[in-house]
Design a binder for this molecule. Structure first.
Ligand SMILES: Cc1cc2nc3c(=O)[nH]c(=O)nc-3n(C[C@H](O)[C@H](O)[C@H](O)COP(=O)(O)O)c2cc1C
Length: 369
């Protein structure tokens, strides 16, 4: 049976790790986790992480809702979009910088909130924050992080953003939002696609047990939430509020009318409603409805620099990645996170160059075939 590149890298990871260890005295001395030399794409990290993590932990990160059709669609939809190369444009000075929610970003790639850092590395979000800092990326700290938000915020080079669920305990939600703001988080994402916890078949089968961790698998989100609660949350903080988990243009319009500062098109990486549409397919109608009044972010299945380019061409201001940086964290801690972001950024720059787009402002629909 044919073996995918990811499987091959995963299977050889221990051998390659031994090779890298022999080469890198520093790593050997400190017990670091060097990245196997064969790892050159984000997908490669998945194979190495699979090899390294227990089956149960890998499934927690990798798995999705029910039959995992949306996970597949998130990827397939990107693959179906063809690009239009343009030549003889001066791309010797690429500029990927942008301003989002009043903050300068080096490039339009953000680390999505994911409530599992502590499962993948003993230092949890602190280690991710170190990797994000090295890569120059913004981290969205997940609700109820494994490490104190103040400590994480002190570790990040770029001021972090924070994600929250509105739980039944509104007092605790208020405290969490204000604590994040006081810690220096510059944007508050409120995740709204957690009215029910998505079915995770993989974790129901032996040897797994249905696992519930606060902030993710059972989201903790209050199922009675409405726009009134979003307005309430917004009244508690001075920082911009972004609604995460918007797929419908009508919901996006409502967010604008409610005075929300941004929307994030997301199907939770295919972990909630299975057979929900691919996010890159949901994006254009949301962008059209929002009409440039607030930024629109998108996540789900972004694995290549060309995916970043396609998302921006369809009107996203920035993208977020989830699983890839988690696999980087599991593989090699901060080094892994740094490498994942750097690979994606470099691939994105290459895609900009080969489509003749020297800056983000030059990326529009005409990039697409
Ligand atoms: C293991 C895992 C945990 C996650 N935890 C959260 C969370 O706590 N809050 C949240 O808003 N989204 C969470 N997400 C969703 C991500 O923020 C993001 O929407 C998704 O991972 C993007 O898709 P991708 O993994 O294909 O890049 C989680 C995703 C994964 C894979």
């Amino acid at each position: 049976m044919a073996m995918t590149r990811r499987q091959a890298v995963g299977l050889t990871a221990s051998g390659l790790t031994a090779f890298a260890l022999a080469q890198k005295g520093r790593a050997q001395a400190t017990g670091d986790n060097p990245i196997p030399p064969g790892v050159v794409t984000l997908e490669d990290f998945e194979g190495v992480a699979q090899r390294k993590l227990s089956a149960r932990t890998f499934e927690i990160v990798h798995g999705g809702g029910a039959d995992e059709i949306t996970i597949r669609w998130n990827r397939e939809a990107f693959n179906k979009i063809a690009l239009r190369p343009r030549v003889l444009v001066d791309v010797s000075n690429l500029n990927t910088r942008l301003t989002l929610f009043g903050q300068q970003l080096n490039f339009p790639i953000v680390l999505a909130p994911a409530g599992v850092h502590g499962l993948l590395h003993p230092e949890g979000e602190l280690e991710t924050a170190r990797g994000a800092t090295r890569a120059g990326a913004v981290l969205v700290i997940p609700s109820s992080p494994a490490r104190p938000v103040e400590q994480i915020a002190r570790t990040t080079g770029q001021p972090p953003w924070y994600q929250i669920y509105i739980t039944k305990d509104r007092g605790a939600t208020r405290e969490e939002a204000q604590r994040a703001q006081n810690a220096g988080c510059r944007v508050l994402f409120v995740t709204v696609d957690g009215a029910a916890a998505g079915i995770r078949n993989g974790m129901m089968r032996p040897p797994f047990n249905p696992v519930r961790t606060p902030g993710e698998l059972g989201t903790g989100s209050d199922p009675s939430l409405t726009w009134k609660d979003i307005a309430w949350l917004r009244s508690l903080v001075r920082i911009p509020v972004v609604v995460k988990g918007i797929m419908d243009p009508g919901d996006a319009e409502r967010a604008v009318n409610e005075g929300i500062d941004g929307v994030s098109v997301s199907n939770h990486g295919g972990r909630q409603l299975d057979t929900a549409a691919a996010t890159i397919d949901a994006l254009p109608a949301v962008v059209e409805k929002v009409g440039g009044r607030i930024p629109v972010l998108v996540d789900g299945g972004i694995r290549r620099g060309t995916d970043v380019l396609k998302a921006l061409a369809r009107g996203a201001s920035a993208v977020m990645i989830g699983r890839p940086f988690l696999y980087g964290l599991a593989t090699a801690g901060a080094d892994g996170v740094d490498r994942v972001v750097t690979i994606l950024r470099q691939e994105f720059e290459m895609a900009m160059a080969l489509t003749g787009r020297p800056s983000l402002a030059d990326i529009d629909r005409s990039v697409l075939w």
